[in-house]
Design a protein around this ligand. Structure first.
Ligand code: AMP
Length: 308
């Protein structure tokens, strides 16, 4: 019998910290300890926040085991991008993983993932990888898919959870799994936002206080666009653009209303599901955001959007 006078620690049973694997051997050994068949993976670049935690919780709720990967993949960063300044917060990441009940954290260095240097053979994202983010970041999606494929093989996952926040990435991962017959169930999770609407992102830590206020125009534009969805595509674009033009400090790269499967602009007669997506630079930081919308009668945002 338990001793009723024993001190209660924190009121709840302390969660065990996940096993941390840094090498392929450590991963193999730790992965062998997890039952086969029901392992979900959440792939991240670290600097974890509530968005990542939500992916982990979703995976945890459905699967017997959850593996989190923390890997800053040099292959998906361009020479002028923020790889060297990307926030690295491993101890805090591990705490989030512990609190969320993660079984295993795989946190390799690039030489573990690419022992022979940059791989000559890579996954090609094809035409969908050349538009929107792919136009701004040439080669990004090939590098991303290459590492996602490798991490799916290495973790031997049956499911993988990704955020709607990176809608083009999610679409391409779905396509890769279908086109190349990866036996992995791809699950998407709606974008997690700050109470004022800003989409959570590891890159938000780069924003100054005034950048952060400027950045709100991205989510505000999406919300305004979704509010006009019943009137058709040009009304959506017009309403969203009207918000962005009021904020000259946000250097907008694109604002588009596209078909969610083809990423092509939807024509004026289009009714149905579409993706309203925006990207731009605020201060020194490139930010992206998007909102799935239903265009046409009764239309509007297809994701819950926190209101200020
Ligand atoms: P990252 O570490 O930025 O590569 O993100 C790792 C995963 O977390 C990706 O599947 C992202 O789409 C997802 N993610 C990042 N931010 C959010 C967010 N605010 N809400 C939901 N998922 C997110």
């Amino acid at each position: 019998m338990t001793d009723p006078t024993a001190p209660v620690q924190g009121g709840a049973a302390a969660l065990a910290a996940p096993v941390v694997a840094r090498t392929r051997d450590e991963l193999r050994e730790a992965r062998a300890g997890l039952d086969d068949g029901d392992v979900a993976v959440v792939m991240t670049m670290g600097a974890l926040h509530e968005g990542h935690a939500t992916l982990i919780h979703r995976a945890r709720a459905t699967h017997r085991h959850v593996v989190v990967t923390i890997f800053l993949n040099p292959l998906q960063f361009g020479p002028k991008e923020d790889l060297s300044r990307y926030p690295r917060t491993f101890d805090a990441d591990l705490e989030i993983c512990t609190a969320a009940g993660v079984d295993l954290v795989f946190a390799p260095t690039p030489d573990v993932i690419y022992p022979d240097g940059d791989p000559g053979v890579r996954v090609s994202a094809g035409p969908l990888g050349d538009v929107l983010e792919g136009q701004a970041r040439p080669g990004h999606f090939d590098g991303m898919l290459t590492v996602v494929g490798k991490l799916m093989h290495l973790t031997r996952c049956s499911a993988a959870y990704f955020g709607q926040k990176d809608a083009q990435q999610l679409l391409l991962i779905r396509r890769m799994c279908r086109d190349l017959d990866f036996p992995v169930q791809v699950v998407s999770v709606p974008t997690v936002r700050e109470p004022d609407g800003l989409a959570m992102s590891s890159r938000n830590t780069y924003l100054t206080q005034s950048d952060r206020e400027t950045a709100l125009c991205l989510s505000a534009a999406l919300r305004a666009g979704a509010g006009a969805a019943a009137e058709g595509p040009s009304a959506v674009r017009r309403a969203a653009r009207a918000v962005l033009v009021r904020e000259p400090l946000a250097l907008i790269d694109y604002l588009v209303l596209v078909h969610p499967d083809t990423l092509e602009d939807v024509p004026e007669w289009y009714r149905g599901e579409a993706l309203l997506a925006v990207a731009g630079r605020v201060g020194t930081t490139r930010l992206i955001d998007n909102l799935p919308v239903l265009v046409g009668p009764g239309g509007g945002a297809l994701e819950i959007f926190s209101q200020t």
